[in-house]
Write a protein that binds this ligand. Sequence first.
Ligand code: GLU
Length: 462
Amino acid sequence: MTDVVTRFAPSPTGYLHIGGARTAIFSWLLARHYGGRFYLRIEDTDLLRSKQEYTDSILASMRWLGLDWDNAPVYQTQRTDLYNSVVARLLADRHAYWCSCTPEKVEAMRKAAKQRGEKPRYNGQCRSRGIGPGQGRCVRLKLPLSGKIVFDDMVKGHIAVDVSELDDMVLRRADGMPTYNLAVVADDYEMGITHVIRGDDHVSNTPRQILIYQALGLSVPRFGHVPMILGHDRQKLSKRHGARAVIEYRRDGLLPAALVSCLARLGWSHGNQELFSLEELVRHFDGTNLNQAAAAFDPAKLEWTNTRFMRDMPLENLAALVSPFVRETGFSVQPKARLVALCAMFRERAGNLLTLAENFRPLLVPAAELAVNKKDAAKHFTEAGKTHLRALTGVFQACDPFAAGKIEEALNSYVANSGQTFKQVAPPLRTALMGFMGGAHLSDIIAFLGKEETLARLARFI
Ligand code: GLU
């Protein structure tokens, strides 16, 4: 395939949610797979509900997800001239006409049609009146009197709609504003869009848009209408199902690559593969294998995906990603190798970057500020426990070099020589170092803390 041009066309009336993100991912992947172009169009014609804040947030979400776009984003509110010129062309070619019917009148026509058992539609009263522009007049498309609109949807397959089911739709409202269908066709044509991937809530608009393309004598892009994402109970997805805005996932410390991998799998598959890097998605996503059955979003699976990505990614990358979250907790870890060491110790235990950064805290506070779990302290700082801590103070003091391997050796020989088991020695030590019975491998913790800090922690509880 040559020259694939796709777009994502959000309305900035809210934040980017996972449904929109999935549509954006599919459109982006298709363009990138074929080495084509991917554009962003902000459909901001609803002046009451559109907000700059939402546009900014959608762009930030796209960037965070790694979905780069070509050229500057296009804003519909800045393209009135284009829409007017397309309407003028349709009028000049007699594919459109001015209509003076009031909304009340049109409503009455629709009602009457319904009563006759027909589809509610405008009856074409102004079609041949030949009237021109004027106050309160809109422009309508002059539909062919019969025929079928047929298209081959990338997701839903063959779709055919009889023209008799449609009516002469409005292209330009009485207030001069273009309708959604007119603007979308004008934009998709002007931007050279070859493939339109969007939610299937738009599938009923597509035959109408095709009629506009035909009236303009333009070739029609390919369409792919992806089904909605549902909740686990197969109801419309909402917050209740654990679905959140993309910026919220970002704040929660999810990895963008995990979200992209998980969303791409909602309605698309490549064999049985579950996890995909962005590069793999680009390689495999060719616009086929799109599923027409609605997929259900599973937050647990997203978490699982995230854990896997955190575990499998290069430690340096993980360190870079967790770094802003560490700063949020009020710490700065220098040099980078120390942050890498923390990631190595804790990444198996954290489901996201936020908890990962929080898990570092006991190792970053000074000994005096270490919060201690009362229950663990009472249980493990017994006389026997304190005796171990005292003895270990000497063991660690003598440990040279103070590195994980040497520390492990020293610890093991202390346990063996004292005729105890690790199970007796480790809990007081762990509680003294971490403040609770958790954390990573003991010798790694001790090596990270360094001799001075390790001894200070033991001293606190002796
Ligand atoms: N602005 C529309 C929406 O957010 C998208 C229309 C389209 O992709 O054609 O649903």
